[in-house]
Write a protein that binds this ligand. Structure first.
Ligand code: SF4
Length: 493
């Protein structure tokens, strides 16, 4: 179990804290076994085409706090993805029928001379200007490679400006160069929130924290039935609402890759129990998860009634979908915990999962509970997954593999990845909302979307006819793991 240390301004990166990796080739069972035995070592790619950055992952959580402003202490190029965060924020506002407003995102625009003389004066000036312009209830400062390398004392500046402006001005250390695991950025954002925003509880409330991205509000009905109320965090919360998450009765995570640190921090520091079962994807996964929810909320009898009636409702329909999907094959590319969730869903629906390219792997979570491992749950419940690849979005590996396995469908979790399946004429499904496939109804929702995708092949068939690949015939004939260091000798494809 990692020890949450709120005295430290920075959270340790996942490589150090959890032993997380970004390169592996083998089977899911091997990966789980290596992780459990403490023998998991990262592979080393001698060629890397692209990478994510912790700064973006931190920003995507902080950027949707409704009454906060965010300053990226960085060269302006690091703000290239602001428009994307604002787009997601605006779409989320429409879904929630909220007034339409732009995100309050700013950059200190560090230039060459600032990297020589220091950027602190610029940061101070920007914080004052942002406060004057938008009067936020908190200002978060996300750091960058440049501010980290020149050694600007961001923590001292934020402390000074907090006193001056009488609002929390909070540093969030998420320099891209520090970690290969870009989900470290989630931990950085949550560390900032727990350190400087969340207050010790005064009373216990009947709220249940739902750590999620910006998905649909599917928990309201279930929790209301149990006498509780859902509190969706962090996107679309206010600073005031975040102050009180220490008073909640429990914490649910929609995705352990996202919420591992915040769930553990709230439990360790404030005693808010975390639901530790892997999130509820697939029938058995949902049974386990909902039983743990019932145990933590002291609603075990009611939960057994819900399980019984949901099985009666869902399982006959599930059988029909299994018949329709019989013999179909699938390949998955997604982030870690949600990738494991998709594997469970596809296996539940009877699809043959030919392999998976999953962006990173955490052998353990911050709560230290081995039962939280969704990949271990998949292997135990549905059997091993051969051709399991930990691949941090290296499209050259993915295209090479897809070209060999040619699945009936590719499931992707991130927009930039879908194009590779489509260019090869493979029907590709992208579902951005994790909540869509959560729980009993989620299995049916997912089945319906898969069938729709398989029924609409024409678009990708035509796209493939008229598109070209940037990869040569030579590369497509090589072993996909040619550049994967110590794993290159293993050939399963
Ligand atoms: S913080 Fe570093 S890795 Fe991230 S966008 Fe800026 S320069 Fe790139």
């Amino acid at each position: 179990m990692s020890k949450i240390n709120l005295k430290a301004p920075e959270v340790q990166v996942r490589e150090v804290r959890l032993g997380s990796i970004t390169a592996f080739k083998g089977t899911a069972k091997e990966l789980v076994k290596l992780g459990r035995s403490g023998k998991l070592k990262d592979g080393t790619r001698s060629f890397s085409q692209c990478m994510g950055c912790s700064s973006g992952n931190a920003f995507c959580q902080l950027a949707m706090i409704k009454d906060a402003a965010i300053i990226n202490h960085a060269p302006v190029g690091c703000s290239g993805d602001f428009f994307g965060f604002n787009f997601v924020y605006r779409v989320g506002q429409m879904d929630r029928e909220l007034p339409s407003v732009n995100g309050r995102y700013f950059s200190t625009n560090l230039e060459e001379k600032d990297t020589i003389f220091g950027g602190i004066n610029k940061l101070e000036g920007t914080i004052r200007e942002v406060y004057k312009r938008v009067k936020p209830n908190a200002i978060f400062i996300t750091t960058s490679c440049a501010s980290g390398i020149i050694g600007d004392d961001v923590e001292a500046t934020t402390n000074k400006l907090s006193e001056e402006l009488k609002i929390p001005v909070v540093s969030c250390f998420c320099e891209g160069f520090k970690s290969k695991i870009w989900t470290t950025g989630f931990d950085s954002a949550y560390h900032s929130i727990v350190r400087k925003i969340v207050k010790p509880p005064k009373n216990k409330s009947n709220k249940v924290n739902i750590i999620n991205f910006w998905g649909s509000h599917i928990f309201d009905g279930l929790l209301n039935k149990l006498g509780y109320e859902a509190k969706y965090i962090v996107p679309f919360s206010t600073i005031k609402e975040l102050e009180n998450i220490s008073e909640s009765a429990a914490t649910i995570q929609i995705c352990t890759t996202l919420g591992t640190y915040l769930g553990a921090a709230l439990e360790q520091i404030y005693g808010v129990p975390e639901i530790k079962s892997p999130p509820a994807y697939g029938i058995e996964g949902t049974d386990n998860w909902i039983r743990e929810l019932g145990r933590v909320l002291d609603r075990e009898e009611q939960i057994e009634d819900i399980i019984k009636s949901e099985h009666e409702r869902v399982i006959p329909k599930l059988q029909e979908y299994r018949e329709k999907l019989k013999g179909k094959t699938a390949y998955i590319t997604a982030g870690a915990a949600h990738g494991h969730a998709i594997i469970a869903l596809l296996r539940e629906l009877g699809l043959d999962v030919q392999g998976a390219a999953i962006f990173h792997h955490d052998p353990v979570f911050d709560n230290g509970d081995a039962e939280s491992d969704a990949l271990a749950h998949d292997v135990r419940t549905y059997g091993d997954i051969h051709n399991y690849n930990v691949c941090n979005k290296q499209a050259y590996e993915l295209v090479n593999i897809l070209n060999r396995v040619k699945p009936d469908i590719m499931i992707a979790r991130h927009g930039g990845m879908t194009i590779w399946g489509a260019k090869l004429g493979i029907p590709t499904l992208l579902i951005g909302d994790e909540q869509f496939s959560f729980g009993y109804q989620g299995v049916l929702n997912y089945a319906e979307r898969i069938l729709e995708t398989l029924d609409n092949k024409e678009f990708v068939t035509n796209l493939a006819k008229h598109s070209s690949m940037p990869y040569t015939k030579w590369w497509l004939e090589q072993d996909p793991f040619t550049f994967l260091g110590r794993y290159t000798h293993v050939k399963n494809y």
